[in-house]
Design a protein around this ligand. Structure first.
Ligand SMILES: C[S@@+](CC[C@H](N)C(=O)[O-])C[C@H]1O[C@@H](n2cnc3c(N)ncnc32)[C@H](O)[C@@H]1O
Length: 348
């Protein structure tokens, strides 16, 4: 792959236009630093193994790579399908009008299940109604519609997390919290439409454990959950509503005894102090034939020296780049904005 400085700048600019989902550990702010690293590393195929919001997959696509995007949650795969796999399909004005119009059937799962918990009656009715149309769609277009619905729900919910149900307490009157979900959808459908482009390559989105992803990529970007000294890195606890919404809760086990009606969490060894180090070693081992780019926080376990040591078990050249980074973090007021060092490890 040959990326000139000009094309890197264009790629960064394009990635900054990516529809922005507030997601714990999202690397939106690291786009310029990551673009620099990917340009240095080169190659033509790339894996984003823990894709989350999908912004790094989209940056890689913008830089010209053939991208494989993976996450063990469902909604990151839907978003990566809409934005990275999708080279051409947009929602038409008629599609958007249909989704926002009268319902195609009388389904009411969301109205029944989440009454009084999230949003208002109109919003919940809209979600059921939108899904009555989305269920008739297929392929990339369906993914664009679901992505717009997911982003709408995330923006309409204070802080974008579903760890509490007394949302009035957090309503600071900002526009995102006062416009309807239907209005959100109209805006976000346009944003996802605008994100669609073709870089001349074919891309893949996968939903599964990182240890089930095939190997053989030129570059592998690893951005696992961090094992924090306190709290946890449970994505399902925060984003269960988005996960359920992305698949209309089909096949999902809602824990009925929970106040937030969350879905059971998925175990990952990366999120715990006891198991994180060995999980990282296994991930480095699995992808050791690729150039590795690894994100990790200084505010996590294991520390940077340990990660360098682990990478040296498999790679000859290991460098570390500390990056000052303001973090959106957690659900506690005191922890919402902390400055931490974000590390980028490059192993070739
Ligand atoms: C730090 S976030 C990635 C953020 C992403 N780079 C972004 O910019 O939005 C970590 C992601 O890893 C996913 N994850 C956790 N354990 C996993 C596993 N064992 N296999 C695949 N994905 C996993 C989580 O669902 C979460 O989306």
């Amino acid at each position: 792959m040959s990326t000139s400085l000009a094309s890197r700048e264009a790629a960064v600019e394009r990635a900054f236009g990516y529809p922005r989902l507030r997601y714990m550990g999202s690397k939106y702010r690291l786009i310029p630093a990551l673009a620099e690293v990917f340009e240095e590393v080169g190659g033509s195929t790339a894996l984003d193994a823990f894709s989350g919001s999908g912004v790094v997959s989209y940056l890689l696509k913008s830089m010209g790579y053939a991208v494989t995007s993976n996450d063990f949650l469902n909604f990151p795969g839907v978003i990566a399908t809409a934005t990275t796999v999708n080279n051409a399909d947009r929602l038409t004005a008629a599609d958007i009008a249909t989704i926002c119009g009268p319902a195609a059937d009388d389904r009411d799962f969301i109205q029944q299940t989440f009454a009084g918990l999230y949003f208002n009656d109109d919003d919940r009715r809209f979600l059921d109604s939108a899904w009555s149309h989305i269920d008739t769609m297929s392929g990339n277009k369906r993914a664009v519609a679901i992505s717009a619905l997911v982003l709408s729900a995330a923006r309409r919910q204070p802080r974008g997390v579903f760890t509490f149900t007394d949302s009035a307490k957090y309503n600071d009157g900002r526009r995102d919290l006062s416009i309807s979900l239907r209005e959100h959808f109209l805006e976000h459908a346009e944003k996802y439409n605008d994100s669609v482009f073709d870089n001349g390559q074919t891309h893949t989105a996968m939903t599964g454990d990182v240890f089930a992803v095939p190997t053989g990529f030129d570059v592998v970007y690893l951005d696992p959950p961090y094992a924090p000294p306190r709290d946890d890195a449970d994505y399902m606890k925060r984003y269960h509503f988005l996960e359920g919404l992305s698949i209309y809760w089909r096949g999902q086990q809602i824990m009925d005894q929970t106040k937030t009606k969350k879905i059971a969490k998925k175990y990952t060894p990366f999120a715990y102090k006891r198991t994180a180090e060995e999980a990282l070693r296994m991930a480095f081992k699995r992808f050791h034939e690729s150039a590795l780019v690894v994100s990790y926080s200084s505010n996590a376990v294991p520390d940077a020296d340990t990660i360098v040591g682990l990478l040296r078990e498999f790679k000859d050249n290991v460098t570390v780049r500390p990056i000052q980074h303001t973090y959106s973090f957690g659900t506690h007021a005191a922890a919402t904005r902390r400055t931490v060092d974000e590390y980028l490890f490059i192993a070739t």
